[in-house]
Design a protein around this ligand. Sequence first.
Ligand code: PEP
Ligand code: MN
Length: 245
Amino acid sequence: MKNDLLIIAGPCAVESREQIMRIAKKLKGLGIEYLRAGAFKPRTNPDSFQGLGELGIIYLLEAKKETGLKIVTEIMSVEQLDKYGEYIDIIQIGARNMYNYELLKALGKINKPILLKRAFSATYKEWISACEYIKKAGNDKVILCERGIRSFDDSTRNVLDIQAIPYIKKNTQLPIIVDPSHASGHRYMVESDSLAAVAAGCDGLIIEVHDRPEEALSDKEQAIDIEDLRKILYKVGKIKELISS
Ligand code: PEP
Ligand code: MN
């Protein structure tokens, strides 16, 4: 938590041991506590980079050992949960798996925080119901993540639904964080979305950051660099202070 905000940052994907170690050290230098990066990547196109798989988990754990950063990464199946769940600090469930009820039930049986992303076109009620599956099975450590919803306009990847923040606050007891990277799909929008989300009262942000954005193997158009992240952290800290005072 930075200024009482849960800040999770890191590249879209683990690309190599060297890449994740380099980025982890830079994030540590900014005071970040949670490192995100995908080992298993749910890509829309089967020809896109699918992630390093188990090797990605191993490199994340090496980065954790070296820096002390906690690990946030996505798992996509019950088998992956059984195999890797115990090593992950916050288990990310991606937009594509919000409706995977068998997986949600299995997540209810473990004692780890779950970051539950909203599906592309899920209503608030469907999203909260997905969350209930996890809670009913015994795990109430669920963090919701608004990551943008589908719209008719393809100028941006998705549209950040700011209203999700007050809705979730009013209708659940759960924390909600915002992913400005997948919401916009454009690096130049990440700051605006982050500031708006914090001003609207979210509990944190998950941001895609790469020290060499142009070299990113996935989602490079939305990857901000370390310096951009530093500026965003400073500004969201100020906004958080303002709205908390
Ligand atoms: C991600 O966080 O890298 C990701 C794939 O996000 P989403 O599930 O929101 O598309
Ligand atoms: Mn991504």
